[in-house]
Design a protein around this ligand. Structure first.
Ligand code: FUB
Ligand code: ZN
Length: 649
């Protein structure tokens, strides 16, 4: 069904294979409590995190009446199963696997059995007291979980044509529609964690049923109109513990401080913000509403030009996993949750549907190749929740203010939202390569692949031949098999100076329109494009308003941000300096970290004082030091050690 983008890239092929062969089976074992995992505390002094097991599948079995017991885990434990199912859907879309399909069908049957007669679907309340449902929305995550289910169901239906899963999703959405909305007798409210809006819009896209679009719009537009909504619900609530005091969080935490269209800055919990923005941008793209798009742009600009780390990570503090204020980007206490980087990628994808601006694809690339990818180890079995730009393991161990910053990836997490999010992101990467409209295609990501893309009047095939992300050349063969003219936008990466282009072997001047060079192909035409985007090693500087990065430089090459790691550079990385005139040597090392490009140079190291005095009146001396940078995504794969992205210049 739909578009077919076959990813043949060695870099991404390895990851996608890893998700299929390691992550999906491993996560299945975790969900079924047979993986033998040890879940670490996420922070010192934090006993609030369920830490023994997942129990997610058992919750469904209990809710379905197939097992006895009670609910265990977070109120959003169900979403781990749904994200697993969504990743399975994309994986089956890429490659059929009867064994995996059998498991997925069993899960779908179980979910259908756990669904209440009237369509309500949430194991927490089905097990602990259905009479209390929809009454603690600040913390219950009921709509969040159903949103994830709907996303999974749509993905599974599109991949396999399975009608049952779609009908369970529609039944759940209809139950939500029966209970929420502007009409008298319905709840005039929304979930504490945005997600249902994304699911409903996806359901609208496959069914064409307007009520799902209207309900998504209702949730988005209602948010922030009555900031007391969560507190009023919580004051009356007598059901099982779904709140844990979250109702006392600031309105900004929930993006509930003012109506969305009036929000100028990204406030509160970062994942919530970008999920909200994803739905808002989808709504703008779907309805063509200019006011909604303006609201998206305000939030996009605030995030990407004031509140985003160079790795594409977002969320400056672990307090509320939140944004803080403009230019507050602390490298060693930040949050940068893997899910938040993934949410930013979702947001960028929707923005590209509205307006062909390459900055959306650039941010997508930045977040994908850096923060998001750092969320998993090269073995596909260990995961970061928090993605720091500077780590000293001793401080993570002793300083409660840094204890959320792990120096190595644990095998699983008490709050396990990130690993399955990564699995669904990587398995659906084919959806991020192009933006397709009726008569135009944007080439957003350079990934070795062969595609057949459906436009209004037929198919366009595009074959990309490239060693990207390591190599600076892409040969793109395009064939317009439609019956009309097709416009193709070729992204000229903003990080590359001096890109060059040949069309059918003839050098062509690049003219950029919002970051894309456009070519047109008449019906039946073919075109060979050779694009070269030099990947020189670049020095990146931060706006001086970011106090932590003053006098520092970060190194990048192509889409990758680089870092220094202790294993290559010794301890006390803060003592290292990269002089302005240092020149770089780039080498691809096939035998290191599954194949990486490293950057070497000669820098300086402060000599440690011979005395143990803390203060002295003489400036420490420096000596030459050889420096080795590796791509940020590959750090923490060689044991526990220090790491630093921003280095003194
Ligand atoms: O609340 C559900 C998920 O758990 C959020 O998206 C993550 O930030 C984590 O808090
Ligand atoms: Zn997460």
């Amino acid at each position: 069904m739909g578009n077919n983008v076959k990813i043949t890239s060695e870099f991404w092929g390895r990851y996608r294979n890893l998700v299929r062969t390691e992550m999906i089976p491993f996560q299945w074992n975790v969900l079924n409590d047979v993986a033998g995992i040890k879940i670490e505390k996420e922070r010192l002094n934090d006993d609030g995190i369920p830490s023994e097991k997942s129990h997610a599948m058992e919750n469904f079995r209990i809710a379905a009446g197939r097992a006895k017991g009670t609910h265990y885990g977070w109120t959003f434990q169900d979403s781990d199963v749904y994200k697993w199912l969504e990743a399975v859907a994309y994986s089956l879309r890429e490659k059929m696997d009867p064994e995996l399909e059998k498991k997925a069908l069993e899960v779908i049957d179980l979910i259908a059995d756990a669904q209440e007669e009237d369509g309500y679907l949430d194991t927490f309340y089905s097990i602990l007291g259905i009479q209390y449902r929809y009454q603690s929305l600040a913390g219950s995550h009921e709509l969040y979980c159903m949103g994830h289910f709907i996303e999974a169901a749509v993905a599974y239906y599109v991949a396999t044509g399975n009608e049952k899963v779609l009908s369970v999703a529609k039944k759940a959405a209809d139950n939500i529609d029966d209970n929420f909305g502007p009409e008298d007798g319905k709840i005039h409210g929304y979930d504490g964690h945005e997600e249902i809006e994304i699911g409903l819009l996806r359901l609208f896209h496959v069914t064409g049923e307007n009520r799902y679009l209207n309900l998504a719009k209702y949730f988005l537009m209602e948010r922030g109109k009555h900031p007391d909504f969560f507190r009023e619900q919580a004051a009356k609530y007598e059901g099982p513990n779904a709140l844990n005091g979250i109702e006392k969080a600031a309105d900004t935490y929930f993006q509930n401080h003012k109506p969305i269209l009036q929000q100028d800055t990204a406030e509160g919990h970062a994942v919530r913000v970008v999920y909200m923005c994803t739905a808002l941008a989808d709504l703008a793209a779907t309805t063509g509403d200019a006011e909604i798009y303006e609201a998206c742009k305000k939030l996009w600009n605030n995030i990407t030009s004031r509140r985003m780390f160079i790795t594409g990570g977002i969320g400056s503090t672990f307090h509320g996993e939140s944004f803080t204020l403009d230019y507050d980007l602390p490298n060693d206490t930040m949050y940068c949750e893997t899910c938040a980087a993934i949410g930013l990628i979702f947001f960028a994808r929707q923005m590209l549907r509205i307006e062909p601006k390459a900055e959306y694809a650039e941010v997508m690339e930045r977040a994908l190749y850096n923060c998001a990818l750092a969320g998993m180890a090269l073995d596909g079995k260990h995961f970061f929740y928090v993605n720091p730009l500077e780590v000293n393991p001793a401080k993570s161990l002793k300083d409660p203010g840094k204890s959320h910053v792990k120096p190595v990836r644990p095998s699983w997490l008490g709050c396990a939202c990130c690993p399955p999010n990564l699995a669904r992101m990587i398995t659906s990467l084919d959806d991020y390569v192009y933006t397709i409209s009726d008569d135009a295609i944007l080439i957003n990501q350079y990934i070795d692949s062969a595609s057949s893309l459906k436009l209004k009047n037929g198919t366009v095939t595009i074959k990309q031949t490239t060693e990207y992300p390591w190599d600076e050349k892409d040969i793109i063969a395009i064939k317009n098999e439609t019956e009309s003219v097709v416009k193709i936008g070729i992204r000229i990466p903003a990080w590359s100076s001096g890109a060059s282009l040949k069309i059918n072997g003839i050098v062509s001047e690049i003219s950029k329109e919002d970051g894309y060079h456009y070519v047109e192909l008449s019906a039946g035409d073919s075109m060979d494009v050779e694009l070269i985007f030099p990947m020189e090693v670049k020095r990146n500087y931060c706006n001086p308003l970011v106090s932590e990065d003053i006098g520092k430089v970060a190194i990048s090459r192509g889409p990758f941000v680089y870092c220094l790691e202790g294993v290559d550079n010794g301890t006390s990385l803060n003592c290292l300096r990269l002089p302005e005139d240092a020149s770089f040597e780039y080498q691809y090392k096939a035998d290191l970290l599954n194949g990486v490009g490293i950057i070497k140079t000669t820098g300086k190291r402060l000599e440690l004082s011979k005395s143990s005095d803390l203060y002295t009146n003489s400036r420490p001396a420096e000596q030459d030091a050889s420096l080795t940078f590796i791509p940020y995504y590959a750090w923490a794969n060689r044991g526990e050690n220090e790491m630093e992205v921003w280095i003194r210049e």
